[in-house]
Every structure is written in C-alpha cells, then in structure tokens.
Design a protein around this ligand. Structure first.
Ligand SMILES: Nc1ncnc2c1ncn2[C@@H]1O[C@H](COP(=O)(O)OP(=O)(O)O)[C@@H](O)[C@H]1O
Ligand SMILES: [Mg+2]
Length: 277
C-alpha cells in the first residue's frame, strides 16, 4: 500500500501537523494507518497527546526492530482507532549505521515492505535535516508531499528541497503534491510567496499538484498544545467552533484533491511491446 512522505528541508513549516491531520482523517474513514517518525524529536506523538509513549519504554523504538531485538508488532504504538505510530531514538546514529552497513538498508526496506502489506497507508514524518536515513526512506516513498511555509524562508526551504533531491539522486517526480502552509488573506507576504512558489513549482516540479493553501490559524497551535486533533470527535466543545469548522472544512476540501493511490504512468520506452510482453 502507498508509502507517503511529508518532506521539506526547513523546520517548523507544518510537515508533522499536515501528516497528522491527513493520517488521522484516513483513520477516521476506516483505513489502517501507520505513521513512522523518522524525526527523533517524535513531535507527531505530541500532536496526538501521546508524549508519555515516547519514553515510557526503552525497547520499542524503530532501532530495536532493525537490530532484530523487537518484532514488527512490538514497536507499534496506537494513538487513535486505526492509527499507529513508530518512534525513533537517534536518527544520526541510524544514518551512520546505514552508511556503513548495506545490510541495514536492506533490512529497512524489508521492514517497510512488510508493514505495507498490513496497512492501507504508511506515512513517514521527516526531520528538516537530511541524512542517510532520509535518503533511504524518501527513495522508498511512492509519493512525497512537500509542505512549504509561505514566507521567504519557507520558499528557500522549497528551493533547498529540490536542490537536495538532485544532489542525492532522489527522483523529483515522486513529489506529487505541494502544500503551501500558513496563508493569510490580510497579509501581503504570504500571497507574494504563494505566487512565487507556484511559479517555481511550474519550473522544477511540473508533475506535482500545488494544492490550495492552508490558512494560518491560531486554533492549530491551541489544539496541538493539548494533544487534540481536529478529527477527534470528543473534547472539542471548548474551542472556537467557527475556527474549528473553518479548519476542518478547509482540510476536507484539500484532502479531496489528494489521490495517493494513483499509479505513475507506464514508462515511455517501447521495449515491452517490442519484446512481446
Ligand atoms: N496552518 C497552521 N496555522 C497555524 N499554526 C500552524 C499551522 N500549521 C502548523 N502550525 C504550527 O507550526 C508549528 C510547527 O509545525 P510542525 O508541524 O511541527 O512543523 P514541522 O514538522 O515542519 O517542523 C507548530 O506549532 C504547529 O502547531
Ligand atoms: Mg516535524
């Protein structure tokens, strides 16, 4: 089943938030969803109010699975119905190991493929820094969603992401969607940034769909501070209902435009027909 990553070589742009919203939405639709945190800050856990699970046990990190000291089921932490997370301990260490030992890379691929047969969606939440672990996981991804903050630093982040893909030989065509984040009608800068981003995307990532921007909404931070997701149907009465509905509505409209099961077109060469296959 599809392996989907949110990536951007800039922190604080909304990668974890977006993947949490999307993953939780699919889970509420009855899909089995796994989100792997390839960021050892494990902020995806905080978003779901599951910080206590980060350090409550020491032997259920992704590393233990790789070392063969845990089984696939041991490292799955359930945070909502149909929604499971996996945490990492030290991505730098893991990357060094990956660089030194090719067998580790094979092991990661095997593990992810095994999970893929159990889940409807696997999402991977990345840190902004790049390392060998990121390369391996990006390469495994069927679809990459680049989240871009709508200010000048955010645009730099988009540009650096493209540059990084070229430098590391990661297929830019795997970027299927670009999500502009933190838009505002009343400020000029986000609008200017959105126009620039659209132009840059047309140049560098022709195959990617630039989705409508997500607005900068205080309620996102307020929900996260309490570990509540917008798709939780309890405990939401306390929040500003108008803001909540605007955010939910905006996300649902956007999710309708995302098709993660879409297959890449067949390769253009005609060898298959020539060889009678
Ligand atoms: N649309 C939004 N409106 C307001 N705040 C947002 C929005 N999206 C994300 N944030 C906030 O921005 C901060 C960084 O988001 P996060 O998803 O952790 O970014 P990243 O994973 O790229 O580092 C968090 O405090 C989050 O609550
Ligand atoms: Mg993050």
């Amino acid at each position: 089943m599809p392996i989907v990553s949110t990536f951007c070589k800039k922190g604080g742009v909304g990668k974890s938030t977006f993947i949490a919203f999307l993953g939780h939405y699919y889970a509420t639709q009855g899909k089995k969803v796994l989100i792997i945190s390839a960021d050892d800050q494990n902020s995806i856990f905080k978003i779901f109010g599951a910080d206590d699970k980060i350090f409550d046990k020491q032997d259920d990190f992704f590393e233990y699975l790789l070392a063969g000291k845990a089984d696939l089921g041991d490292v799955l932490l359930d945070v909502r119905e149909n929604l499971y997370l996996i945490k990492t301990l030290n991505t730098d260490k893991l990357s060094t190991k990956l660089t030194l030992e090719r067998s580790q890379e094979k092991m990661i691929r095997k593990i992810i493929e095994e999970y893929a047969s159990w889940f409807d969606y696997i999402f991977i939440d990345f840190p902004p820094s790049s390392n060998r672990l990121s390369e391996v996981l990006l390469d495994l991804s069927d679809a990459i969603i680049v989240v871009v903050g709508l200010d000048s630093l955010g645009l730099d982040g988009f540009f650096n992401t493209i540059q990084y893909f070229y430098d590391s030989d990661i297929d830019v065509d795997h970027i299927k969607y670009i999500v502009p984040n933190s838009f505002s009608k009343n400020r000029r800068a986000p609008k200017v940034s959105l126009n620039k981003l659209t132009a840059q995307a047309a140049d560098f990532t022709k195959q990617a769909v630039v989705l409508p921007p997500i607005y900068d909404r205080a309620i996102v931070k307020n929900l996260q501070a309490e570990g509540i997701s917008v798709f939780d149907n309890v405990e939401l009465e306390r929040y500003d209902q108008k803001q909540l509905n605007l955010l939910k509505g905006e996300l649902l409209e956007l999710f309708k435009l995302i098709d993660l099961n879409k297959k890449d077109p067949e390769p253009k060469n005609n060898l298959a027909s020539k060889l009678g296959k």
